[in-house]
Design a protein around this ligand. Structure first.
Ligand code: FAD
Length: 301
């Protein structure tokens, strides 16, 4: 039996929302389909009457600069993000996080919007975007509005974006500027292809010798993609010495909620990885902020 009956490629955001409304919960958005189609096929979610594909909506297949933001359309794939020099320089952790998703075949079709809409606590692109202070533009029955990403997550795989009635149209973040940079790192099982044992992304702004501000995102470290706010507050005003970065990781351990997963890693192992890898991730961002040079690492790994 077919997994869906109708497939729509609307030309405007309004049309996409109108189709979803018409199907009254029996249709949903699709990006690359790399999560969605497997879930339907494997019976983890019900079949739908219709799929709504935003990739033909004019402008949503592009990354643009708008009013001081870098704006990523819903149809933009991980490969497009990885290949964009503006993203490498001003959103390095996003390139590094999107660049490790699946293999090239997955990255060529899968979208950042789909990664965020899936709302998994360990979604790599989601963690990268969260560290950058990303916002999502949601279109639905109540109109079109921008939200800080962290306000939209509710639980594992759940967000305020009801993908049967709403779409993420765009994602945006402020590009990193002078004395500012970001970095991402993840720990993966050998031969693992999907989600990591633990992933982390940071954005750091320096003011001379001290950290003026920092954002730290870790996943999976709770029920939702986790923003380590205590760690961020601790880092503010500190000199980024080895001792400080180690204390930042210890602070992160006081606020994360780590689970043991039979498929990926024990909570103890994840703790150890935060303790050893978060200082390195922060140090990388600090180095990049100091040197003004940001070359994404481990992309395609
Ligand atoms: C082999 C393999 C390896 C993978 N490895 C990783 C990995 O390492 N890290 C990782 O994070 N993920 C991984 N994934 C998962 C997946 O590829 C990513 O999450 C991807 O970014 C999903 O994007 P998509 O466009 O394919 O989403 P889809 O599968 O099309 O959709 C996912 C969900 O988002 C909704 N949706 C899609 N677009 C929109 C939109 N514009 N607005 C609202 N809702 C929307 C859909 O309704 C669905 O609920 C892997 C998948 C596979 C098959």
């Amino acid at each position: 039996m077919a997994y869906w009956n109708d497939y729509y490629t609307p030309e405007t955001v309004e049309e996409a929302v109108e189709i979803l409304a018409r199907y009254d919960g029996q249709a949903c958005m699709i990006g690359g389909g790399t999560d969605l189609l497997l879930e339907i096929q494997q019976g983890h979610r019900p079949k739908v009457e219709a799929l709504v594909d935003p990739t033909r909506i004019k402008g949503l297949d592009q990354i643009v600069e708008e009013d001081g933001w870098l704006v990523i359309g819903a149809g933009v794939t991980h490969t497009q993000i990885v290949k964009d020099p503006r993203m490498s320089k001003h959103g390095t952790c996003l390139v590094e996080s999107c660049g490790v998703i699946g293999g090239p075949q997955v990255r060529n079709v899968a979208t950042l919007a789909g990664n965020i809409a899936h709302a998994l606590p360990a979604g790599d692109g989601t963690i990268g975007t969260l560290a950058l202070g990303g916002e999502i533009q949601v279109a639905g029955p109540d109109g079109i509005h921008w939200f800080p990403m962290e306000e939209t997550f509710i639980g594992p795989g759940q967000s305020t974006v009801d993908t049967k009635r709403m779409m993420i149209a765009r994602i945006r973040f402020r590009p990193t500027g002078d004395q500012e940079a970001s970095a991402f790192r993840r720990v993966m099982r050998p031969q693992g292809i999907a989600l990591p044992m633990i992933g982390m992304a940071v954005r750091v702004k320096l003011a001379g010798d001290v950290i003026a501000s920092a954002r730290v995102a870790i996943g999976p470290a709770g029920k939702v993609p986790f923003l380590a706010v205590k760690t961020m507050a601790f880092l503010e005003g500190e000199v980024p010495s080895d001792a400080t970065l180690r204390t930042a990781a210890e602070t992160a351990l006081t606020e994360v909620n780590l689970r043991s997963s039979p498929h990926r890693a024990s909570a103890e192992y994840r703790r150890e990885m935060i303790l050893t890898q978060l200082p390195k991730t922060l140090a990388k961002a600090v180095d990049r902020a100091r040197s003004g040079e940001a070359v994404p690492e481990n992309v395609g790994a």
